[in-house]
Design a binder for this molecule. Structure first.
Ligand SMILES: Nc1nc2c(c(=O)[nH]1)N[C@H]1C(S)=C(S)[C@@H](COP(=O)(O)OP(=O)(O)OC[C@H]3O[C@@H](n4cnc5c(=O)[nH]c(N)nc54)[C@H](O)[C@@H]3O)O[C@H]1N2
Ligand SMILES: Nc1nc2c(c(=O)[nH]1)N[C@H]1C(S)=C(S)[C@@H](COP(=O)(O)OP(=O)(O)OC[C@H]3O[C@@H](n4cnc5c(=O)[nH]c(N)nc54)[C@H](O)[C@@H]3O)O[C@H]1N2
Ligand code: SF4
Ligand SMILES: [Mo]
Length: 751
């Protein structure tokens, strides 16, 4: 389709980067020669979608010499990474045969398409494989995400919904913004979130960043960095509540009409004798008042700082307490979500302009994006596992049931026997405890057949029996809406022909469907472009009634449709105005500081009905700290989207993989900046360069997640991949990832 000497507007192949930005591709002789970004006028109601460094460096990924260009089949044992070329026909015939064999032998619930977030552009990505499986009789489904395990489950226990966020332009009305474990300057959380925080600050908001690391957000967007010991935020939040209660800074009118569980006067029916939030904060039953002095010992945040922040947040209103997702990807991650929401509620910051309710915060009024609009169709198997438990479903699926979070009210009747991974590095790199997962996948008695479809021979692809080359998003048609804040739609026309023999994920699945007698059902006669036109109309019907006709939009080379946010929506305005006429979708209809639903779990030590500080299962306060005294956390990295872009030379140059360690911890270990260090625990070990810096709190090592696992002959990772250290233990209520909770030791490597 080469369109020569042209500039075409398109979306960045965002992967799961947290953003959605506009790129302008220069094309000559069927090759993309240059990428620029948004050139539209910049307006507050519809700001430019300016690309980050990853988007701007994309040509290094697009034309990378390691791109997969033809199918591969495994030779040697699984995981060795030795392959030989294979024809498309042989590859697709083999896959169709294996799908039929496993279905006949075990049933559809033995088929599995794992979590894989490499592409949300509809015609590329794992949704294309789910549609194939569902039309083939179904597969074991997945529920929840690696990203938001605890926050997805915990937010509705407070508010009965995930739509708890205002549109971001409303931040300009805030007087104070607490960026709590939130780093939008490095990890995108909606294109422009960092920009809106900057504008809010210019507008007079005080901005505080609470994070174990002095991130670029702390350094560039905030007035103050408050370093905190990881995993202890609920202790600090509880102490802030202590200050508010004892200094009478609570918004009593709001609490009395809109909340349940704050104190003995408003406990829900059947729980009148239970511990209220105030009981807990004042230590009336457990004997421990959650004072700032108590919290200082736990959190390492000075009591005076906690007092000051409590007073500011309770009196400088309205205010935003934005919860990042890193601190819920931890042991008991549900608690920090609930505790943050409770602070917002007791200060009366819910349902008002300039305030913020907390929680997941999909945007009002309609919840924002649709994510996958490409129709996957219903899954006849009907059972879905919490996504983080997939290795359990491999090793003991037939023992899992509702008590492990299995949806559909079912017990599983199978172990996973066939994995079809599309746009996923979660089989190895991104799941916890890589060495454990590698052992599981190496065993061909467990998973009998693995297909991986990717642009590169990733650590996950190295464990495949067949690897299929997917084309990039520049090589097929696609469409994307905003990541979490969705007021835009970006069209992604095909720019160039696929490299080598690569095909779109959609085309590959359609070709398999043909071999299973399902081609017509799968394609409905559409190619990629026709599906995008179909989806365009679907978006018009569901969210954007003013969307122009598809063909005209393509012909005009517009790239992005934006719906301006003139009057930013505020979540819970109706409920705020009249809680009886507009009750929440919680059992009481109110904000549940005390949750009867959580109480019914009958596990108060791990799932308390009011948010509590619970010491993590691996922590500086536990016995494991004797051998492994440092906390390690794997924040999301500027130079990558998870493991995607790890092989891009420009980004590696700009953001080399390194471990941050505080000078105090480094000195104890004779480590100097730039030294090679070994980071290890009972699960694994890796070698990485040390960056000695006071920008991280003592006692913590920070190791950006996503680097490709590169084990040497002894199994020591030379790539700096944090998941050789992380634990596959899940959070108790959400069954979510707790990959940020792990303890390690660090030593200097003799070079
Ligand atoms: N550049 C880039 N952007 C991305 C992504 C990416 O890979 N790269 N991934 C996207 C995706 S899929 C997601 S889900 C989001 C993830 O977004 P998050 O989960 O919010 O990102 P993290 O970097 O894990 O955590 C955010 C911050 O929390 C801090 N933190 C960790 N533990 C604690 C704690 O216990 N307490 C406190 N107060 N802070 C803590 C970390 O130091 C970090 O600075 O990012 C999205 N954006
Ligand atoms: N320790 C630790 N681990 C984590 C996290 C953490 O904070 N700490 N974060 C977790 C989170 S929030 C997430 S979302 C997951 C993300 O984990 P994954 O969903 O596995 O994301 P990626 O690692 O980016 O892998 C995506 C793959 O898709 C491929 N790809 C890109 N575009 C396409 C395409 O168009 N077609 C095909 N077929 N392939 C394509 C890329 O090359 C890449 O190999 O990681 C989780 N893992
Ligand atoms: S934020 Fe995401 S969509 Fe935007 S340029 Fe960066 S990688 Fe691309
Ligand atoms: Mo994520």
């Amino acid at each position: 389709m080469a369109v020569d000497e042209k500039k075409i507007r398109t979306g960045c192949p965002a992967h799961n980067c947290g953003g959605r930005c506009l790129l302008i591709a220069h094309l000559r002789d069927g090759v993309i020669t240059r990428l620029e970004t948004d050139d539209r006028p910049d307006e507050l109601a519809a700001p430019q979608l300016r690309a980050c460094i990853r988007g701007r460096a994309y040509l290094r990924r697009q034309y990378h010499p390691d791109r997969l260009t033809h199918p591969l089949k495994r030779v040697g044992s699984r995981g060795d990474g030795r392959f030989e070329p294979f024809s498309w026909d042989e590859a697709l015939d083999t896959i169709a045969d294996e799908l039929r064999r496993v279905k006949d032998q075990y049933g559809n619930s033995a088929l599995f398409v794992p979590y894989g977030t490499g592409s949300y552009s509809q015609l590329n990505g794992s949704q294309t494989a789910r549609r194939l499986m569902n039309l083939f009789g179904g597969c074991l489904g997945i529920d929840n995400s690696y990203s938001w395990g605890a926050i997805n489950a915990a937010t509705p226990t407070v508010y009965g919904t995930l739509t708890t966020g205002n549109q971001r332009q409303d931040w300009l009305n805030a007087k104070i913004i607490l960026m709590w474990g939130w780093n939008p300057a490095e990890m995108r959380d909606g294109t422009n979130s960092d920009y809106f925080v900057k504008l809010a600050r210019q507008n007079g908001a005080r901005v505080i960043c609470i994070d174990p690391r002095c991130t670029l957000s702390a350094a560039g967007l905030a007035d103050e960095w408050v370093p905190i010991r990881p995993g202890t935020d609920v202790a600090m939040m509880s102490a802030m509540a202590h200050v508010m209660i004892t200094e009478e800074l609570i918004d009593e009118a709001f609490v009395s009409t809109h909340c349940v569980g704050f104190d003995a006067s408003q406990m829900p029916d059947g729980a009148t004798d239970q511990e209220s939030y105030t009981d807990y904060i004042l230590g009336r039953r457990d004997g421990t008042p959650k004072t700032p002095r108590w919290a200082e010992r736990v959190t390492a945040v000075p009591a005076e700082t906690i007092e000051r922040l409590a007073r500011w947040y309770a009196t400088e209103k309205p205010g935003v307490l934005y919860q990042g997702y890193g601190m819920q990807r931890r042991a008991y991650g549900e608690q920090v979500v609930r505790a943050g929401c409770v602070l917002a509620a007791i200060t009366g910051n819910v349902g008002i302009s300039g305030g913020w309710a907390g929680g997941l915060a999909n945007q009002a009024p309609d919840g924002g994006v649709l994510w996958n609009s490409f129709p996957e169709e219903d899954n006849p198997v009907g059972a879905a596992i919490p996504v983080f438990l997939w290795t359990e479903a491999v090793t003991r699926g037939d023992q899992l049931g509702p008590e492990h979070g299995v949806l559909g009210g079912k017990r599983l009747d199978n172990n996973i026997k066939l994995i079809y991974a599309v746009a996923s590095n979660c089989l190895i790199n991104q799941h916890a405890d890589i060495n454990r997962t590698a052992t599981i996948l190496q065993d061909e008695q467990l998973v009998e057949f693995i297909v991986v479809q990717d642009n590169f021979l990733t650590p996950t692809a190295r464990f495949a029996d067949i690897v299929l080359p997917a084309c990039t998003q520049f090589e097929t048609w696609g469409i994307e809406d905003g990541w979490k804040y969705g007021d835009e739609l970006i069209l992604m026309p095909q720019l160039v022909e696929p490299l080598g023999e690569a095909k779109s994920d959609y085309r590959i699945c359609a070709d398999i469907a043909a071999r299973l007698g399902l081609e017509e059902a799968y394609t409905q006669g559409r190619d990629e472009r026709a599906w995008v036109a179909w989806l365009w109309d679907h978006y018009r019907d569901s969210r954007f009634p003013d969307l122009p006709p598809f063909e005209a939009f393509v012909a005009d080379n517009r790239g992005v449709y934006a719906r301006p946010v003139i009057q930013p929506a505020v979540a819970f305005t109706d409920f705020r105005a009249d809680p009886n006429a507009h009750p929440l979708d919680t059992p009481s209809g109110k904000i549940e500081i005390y949750s009867t639903e959580l109480a019914s779990r009958d596990n108060p030590d791990e799932i308390p009905p009011i948010p509590k500080y619970i010491n993590e299962w691996e922590s500086p306060f536990g016995p494991e700290a004797e051998r492994f005294p440092l906390q390690v956390l794997g924040h999301h990295h500027m130079g990558r989207v998870h493991s995607t872009h790890d092989n891009v030379d420009w980004l590696k140059e700009a953001f080399p993989q390194g471990a941050w360690i505080n000078p105090i911890d480094a000195a104890q270990r004779q480590i100097a900046d730039g030294d090679r260090i070994r980071v290890f625990n009972g699960r694994g070990a890796l070698i990485i360069v040390a960056r000695v810096t006071p920008r991280i709190i003592p006692g913590v090592v920070s190791l950006p997640q996503g680097a490709w696992w590169r084990p040497d002959d002894e199994g020591i990772d030379q790539g700096g991949s944090i998941n050789v250290l992380t634990s596959s233990r899940w959070t108790p209520f959400a069954f979510g990832s707790a990959q940020h909770t792990a303890m390690v030791q660090v030593t200097r490597e003799e070079s």
